[in-house]
Ligand binder design. Structure first.
Ligand SMILES: [Zn+2]
Length: 158
């Protein structure tokens, strides 16, 4: 609806949020077990497929988790882990979209959807970090669902 925001501002916001996710949050729970990378170290048959459709699919699953917690303020905290994961996935989607031979138009649409998601997740993460900014959970849930749907449609067309 309000697609007339300044692109530069969004880029700055993008940078700030990515930075905030790294520096402003407690370390991700997954890294406390000490066995990361241990099982998947055997090279070419790595179980992680970093192609655009599968990363987008994973992102959609996390988005569902995040959006579900928005229905009840008591469950907001359950989204925190997912929120930090989506940051990584969004970066992957963006870099994959630039190396997958997509048209500039398609790349642009993916970029827009990624930015919308990033801004939305960023708002939510700030809430979880005690921000006193106005927070409309219902509007945010709608925004995230719509942006995710657009992203999925673009990826499915390729
Ligand atoms: Zn956080």
């Amino acid at each position: 609806m309000n697609s007339s925001k300044h692109p530069q501002l969004l880029l700055i916001l993008f940078a700030l949020l990515a930075c905030g996710w790294i520096t402003g949050c407690p370390q991700p729970p997954a890294s406390t077990t000490g066995n990361q990378n241990g099982a998947a170290a055997s090279g070419e048959n790595s179980p992680t497929h970093d192609d655009l459709p599968s990363v987008t699919e994973k992102l959609a699953e996390l988005n569902e988790t995040v959006v579900a917690t928005l229905a009840d303020p008591a469950s907001y905290g359950d989204a925190h882990e997912a929120l930090h994961e989506v940051g990584t996935l969004l970066e992957k989607v963006q870099s994959l979209s630039q190396t997958s031979g997509l048209s500039e138009d398609t790349q642009g649409m993916i970029n827009d959807a990624v930015k919308n998601l990033l801004v939305g997740y960023g708002q939510f993460d700030e809430q979880l970090h005690g921000s006193e900014d106005e927070f409309d959970a219902e509007a945010l849930a709608t925004q995230l669902d719509e942006s995710m749907e657009i992203l999925q449609e673009i990826v499915a067309m390729e």
